[in-house]
Design a protein around this ligand. Structure first.
Ligand SMILES: C[S@@+](CC[C@H](N)C(=O)[O-])C[C@H]1O[C@@H](n2cnc3c(N)ncnc32)[C@H](O)[C@@H]1O
Length: 443
């Protein structure tokens, strides 16, 4: 164990074989850095716009709110199974309005393959028999609602309805990914005869931190000053950021928000894992492996490594298609105007709400952050759970490969705050170093 890990911080140790296999034939190489932990660099020169990496997810999962309201996606790859019409009807709460969608017949509906245990209560759908088979082998064998006893089903409902909002931060989507990872580990153990640690091995490579290390203070502060704010505000903000490094509770707003509830994060993890133990009817061996501290660490790993995995919206795809037809744009504008008149929606953009999810990528999560990244992550290239990473500019052999974890158009102070709160590090990329000295001159 590294010194860092002994102090409760993330461990930089990893299994070389895991990455040797995963990176074979790519232009990527793992390196370790004292500050950043593991990272990836280029083994050869890369040209702008080249696809640098493509990978399917170790695990991906629909966000809990969308799952609970029945937004239909493939339960394996998250591809949307809605038609533009069903999407409009759901978002506008109005089937009649959706029937007027111009040129709706242009949409070729995705097939929806039901779960093998639909007769006994599973409502999950898949986009193909192949996805159904992959899901069954990987996790669905143990988590399928149609295969659970009444007591397990009750625990499953409790898990889905559990209050995952803790101190103003919603952990439900993280819990949903964690749930799927636990199902994968148990499926490897029960169906494929692996030990619990073998089943967990791909996730043990991920940078870990207990949930208690995550504060999200930027989500709790209403008026985070920006670089454009007054100098005094920037100075006060900088002082607050500095204080928050050793003690986030030093920010009064954070302290206020964090003390309103009686339940601690540790209690949330304990209750969450107890639900999982009931839900999966775990044996003693499984319970001792998947205990509250591993669950907390797993949620931490998901928070640090989860990547947005939102399938393209069928409504957006349809609107773009219709816009290419004569009068198409005008037709769509008129349609949206009419929907807004007849529904409770106030913004046409709300019609596009498809489904959101998250993916965990074994190699993709090794890209470190820079506020001036040389790579861009694309999801829309393929309508499944594939991650595709493209070069934003020419990259020299040996250069570190970086993506941005946040919106790079944000001002320096806000970027630093978000990275610290969510990813637990201070960014010292060349752009931040430059802007930090400008800020010092300012104040
Ligand atoms: C998605 S992981 C990236 C891979 C990670 N370095 C590892 O060892 O597995 C995100 C974590 O990497 C570290 N990290 C990423 N970019 C960094 C940077 N620019 N400076 C310092 N630490 C960074 C932080 O600990 C962050 O929480």
């Amino acid at each position: 164990m590294t010194e860092n890990a002994q102090r409760g911080g993330p461990s930089w140790t990893y299994t070389q074989d895991f990455y040797t296999m995963a990176l074979a034939g790519t232009c990527l190489k793992v390196f370790t850095d004292e500050m950043k932990g593991k990272g990836l660099c280029a083994t050869r020169a890369i040209a702008a716009d080249d696809v640098v990496h493509e990978e399917t997810a170790l695990c991906c999962s629909q966000n809990m709110d969308d799952y609970n309201i029945g937004v239909q996606v493939c339960a394996f790859c998250l591809k949307s199974l809605e038609t533009p019409r069903t999407q409009v009807a759901r978002n506008a709460h109005c089937r009649k309005a959706a029937l007027a969608l111009p040129h709706h017949q242009l949409h070729m509906p995705e097939s929806a393959v039901p779960c093998l245990w639909r007769e006994t209560g599973c409502t999950d759908l898949f986009c193909s028999a192949r996805c159904r088979e992959a899901a069954t082998q990987k996790f669905h064998w143990v988590s399928c609602a149609g295969r659970l006893t009444a007591e397990q089903q009750a625990a499953r409902r409790e898990f889905l309805q559990y209050d995952w909002v803790q101190n103003g931060v919603d952990f439900s989507d993280t819990a949903m990914v964690g749930f799927r990872i636990v199902a994968q580990v148990l499926c490897a153990h029960r169906l494929h005869g692996c030990s619990m640690s073998e089943g967990f091995a791909p996730y043990a490579q991920l940078i870990r931190s207990p949930l208690a290390s995550f504060y999200f203070s930027y989500l709790l502060l209403d008026n985070v000053p920006t670089a454009a704010s007054s100098t005094a505000e920037v100075a006060a903000h900088a002082a607050a950021v500095k204080a928050s490094k050793s003690d986030p509770m030093a920010i009064p707003e954070v302290r206020a928000a964090y003390t309103v509830e009686g339940r601690s994060k540790a209690a949330m993890c304990k209750e969450g894992v107890a639900l999982l133990q009931r839900l999966f009817d775990m044996s003693d061996e499984e319970r001792s492996y998947l205990n509250a501290s591993r669950w907390s660490e797993l949620l931490g790993a998901v928070l640090l490594n989860g990547q947005d995995r939102s399938p393209p919206s069928p409504y957006d795809l349809h609107r773009d298609l219709v816009a290419c037809l004569p009068d198409g744009e005008a037709l769509m504008k008129e349609f949206e105007h009419n929907v807004l008149q007849t529904s409770s929606l106030t913004d046409a953009a709300d019609l596009s709400h498809s489904s959101r999810g998250q993916g965990i990528y074994g190699v993709g999560c090794l890209f470190n952050h820079s506020c001036d990244p040389n790579l861009n992550v694309q999801y829309a290239a393929v309508n499944d759970e594939t991650l595709s990473v493209v070069a934003l500019r020419d990259i020299a052999a040996g250069e570190e490969l970086t993506i941005s974890y946040i919106d790079t158009s944000l001002p320096y102070a806000v970027r630093q705050q978000q990275l610290l709160d969510h990813y637990l590090f201070e960014c010292k990329c060349p752009r931040c170093r430059c802007e930090s000295s400008e800020n010092k001159l300012f104040t």
